[in-house]
Structures are given as structure tokens and as C-alpha cells.
Design a protein around this ligand. Sequence first.
Ligand SMILES: CSC[C@H]1O[C@@H](n2cnc3c(O)ncnc32)[C@H](O)[C@@H]1O
Ligand SMILES: [Zn+2]
Length: 455
Amino acid sequence: MTTGTTAADLLIHPRWIVPVVPEGQVLEQHSLAIRDGVIIAIVPRAEAAGIEAAEQLELPCHALLPGLVNAHGHAAMALLRGYADDLPLMPWLQEHIWPAEGAWVSDAFVRDGVRLAALEMLESGTTTCSDMYFFPEVAAREYLATGLRAQLAFPIFDFPTAWGSGPDDYLAKGLALRDELRHEDRITVVFGPHAPYTVGEDTLARIATLAAELDVPVHIHLHETTAEVLQAVEATGERPVDTLQRIGLLGPRTQCVHMTDAGRQDIELLAATGAHVVHCPQSNMKLASGACPVTRLLDAGVNVALGTDGAASNNDLNLFNEMHSAALLAKLSTGDASALPAARVLTMATLGGARALGLEQRIGSVEPGKQADLIAVDLSGPAQQPVYNPLSTLVYACTGGEVSHSWVAGRAVLANGRPLQLDRRAVLSRAEDWRARIQAGPRQGGPGNADKETS
Ligand SMILES: CSC[C@H]1O[C@@H](n2cnc3c(O)ncnc32)[C@H](O)[C@@H]1O
Ligand SMILES: [Zn+2]
């Protein structure tokens, strides 16, 4: 290396960089250098000559920003997209989704479902996802292969499912998986108790103790509907969030998914304990569950992340769509057009997600020293032109299809709109196979047979 130059593996020259920190900033005609998977420099284009790079990439019409963080989903449910629509939460779950999962979920279902979900997420700008679903060991293998970063929230219920026989079994399997994957940089394994209405207080208290001892996050559906809250109050005399607080399960490691029913006291409690909220606006609207009071949470100092939920209730895994919906829903539900502006919603979809998942030191913004989890978005199309303000264009005028490149820890995972580690045709063909089999009718013999049929 010549004196005065910096060595990089990759030097990117985009039209704009949206670093997210500070919120609202847009850098024009700057270059970004990556070495060993880490962002090492962001400099004005004119100064990029001082950086010697093994590879350079010109992106003349693109915005470069942090990869999006989908902070809540059930990836393999991509195979149940469109299986049951236009229903409220409980009939949807109890009469349609849980019976289908009982009949079809197996390791092969999860393998093919995660591949489909990973393909959709990568093509629409997500580089990190949180996945709460059965057979997380299979999902982990797929995330390692496809290049995505993932938090796996291993499922815990008080009753048996395809993946476990009861709380002891779920906890043993989940913690063994966490141990097995402890050296994998891109994967974290956390507790995933499904909800307070499917996991009793004894099990939740056990999880609280283990989570504190091991310093492991807890990801839980919470206050998804007002009916859930009212039923809990009737049965226990407490709102679920108060139960979690009483048993020690509410704190900076807790990721509360949904929170559509959150009054002033709930919000104060979340803020005081440092718990995170994952907002899933499209799933909440489609199931008519309610609207999370995002602006009041943010005003109170609660970190809010953004998630799609599963494709069976959204019905996509596209965080560009989710950002757009989050902004519009906030404006509609508060009657305030200035609620949740573009810069704020982009923070939720990046740094807010990273913070909720305990990854803020590593990802969520474009800053030297952070992992190079980045996406490039081509803003030259007719639906994006003219670009007065790239933040506005990204949130209000993009659909995800404009994402051309993405990198996770500096490794290219999408180039020219195509995934590099996934066989797109094979993934789509497997999804169609599952659709045909599921639509043909209930499978006899229980989970397990699907492995032999599709591997
Ligand atoms: C712990 S494995 C995931 C489990 O959750 C179910 N699920 C999917 N979407 C929702 C939702 O919006 N609320 C509650 N539960 C949901 C999924 O079908 C799995 O059984
Ligand atoms: Zn969910």
C-alpha cells in the first residue's frame, strides 16, 4: 500500500448515501469503502482517489442505505400466503392456520418456506430478519446459506406442536440450538414464547429467569388485539404487559410484537423498563387487530421497530411496503399529516430494528466501524422521478423492486436485482409444489412424511 492511501475490498460510488444517523441526513456524491466486511470510510467522491480498492462499483442513480431489518416474521409461513384471508386474528389462527400447520409443518416445509421468504426479503431490501417459527435449526441452516442475517426466536407454547412436546422440550431444544450457533456471526437465537394466551405464567416466569441469567432477548406477541387484553384482565385481573412486568419479563431484552392496545400506563411502563415494540401495521390492518400508537410510543422514548409478521397475514414480506403503510397509518390514526415522517419511519425500519434485536452496535446505520449491511436502491425509474428528496422517494415512492444490490457483512447477496446464493427458479417451483399439495387436501400420517416427499 502506498503511503497516504487506504486499502479497501470494495469502494462504492452511489449518487446518494442515507446513513440514518443522523436522522434525515442525505449525503450526495460520496463514496463508501468496505474492508473485511466492515465500513471503513465514507468520503466525498473527490477524496475517494485516496482509497485503493480491489473492486469499485458505480451506482450513478442509486441511494445507498442500511439494509432493512424486518423485526418480526414467521418466514416459512410464506408457503401459506393467501391460504386464509379476510378473517380476524382468532378465527384465522384457530380455524385455519393452526390446523394447516398441524397437518403440514415439517423440516422440509420450513426449509422451502424459508427459502421463499429469504428470496422475497432479499429482493425487497431486507438484510436482517427476525424469524419466530418451528424447526429454527432448519431455518438457521437456510439463513447461513442464503447470506441473510437472522434472529431466530425459538417457539415456546404450553402445548405440543410439530417441533416440541411442551415447555421443557422447547426450552431444551432452543437453548441447545443457541449453544450450537454461538459462534455464527450472522445468527442469534432468542426465546420466542408465542403469547401470554398460549404460554402460562409459570412458563413465562421460567423464561424470565433464564433470559436474565443468560442475557438472552425474548420475542413475544403482546397486546395484539383489545380482545386479548380484555380476556386476560377477566381471567387474571391484569393486563398482559403488567403480568410480564410482575414476573420480571419486561426489560431492555424484551421485544413486544404488535401492542395495538397500549394506553398511557402501558406506554409509561414500556418506556420505564426499556422494552422494545415491534410494529406490524399491515398485518394489524388486514386482521383488523387495531393500530399501534407509534407516535405516542416514540414520544415517550420507546424504541419502535418495524415487522411484516408472516406472509399469511400481510400478505408480503416487503419492508418498503411496510414503511409506506406505517407512515400512512400513523397519519390517518392521529389525524396529523406530520405524524411519522419519512426519515423517522426509515429509522424504525433500520436502526430501530437493530436496537430491538440487540444489534445496534453492529448494524442499522451507515457509519464507519459498523458491519457493511447495505442496500442500493435505483431511483431512476418513472415512479421515482424526479427526486427532490431521496428520503421521501424511498418511503413514499418505492415498492422494493428498485433494490438492485445488497451486502451482508460486506458479502454481496444481491446484484442487479438477482440473488447470488439462491436458485430463484427452484425456490419458486418448490413453493408451487407445496401449494398444489396443500390445496389437494389434508395430509394423512402427520408431520414427517413431507421430508421424504420433497427433499
Ligand atoms: C411461535 S411459532 C409462530 C406461531 O405464531 C403463529 N402466528 C402467526 N402470525 C401470528 C399473529 O399475528 N399472532 C399470533 N400468532 C401468530 C403462527 O401461525 C405459529 O403458529
Ligand atoms: Zn407474528
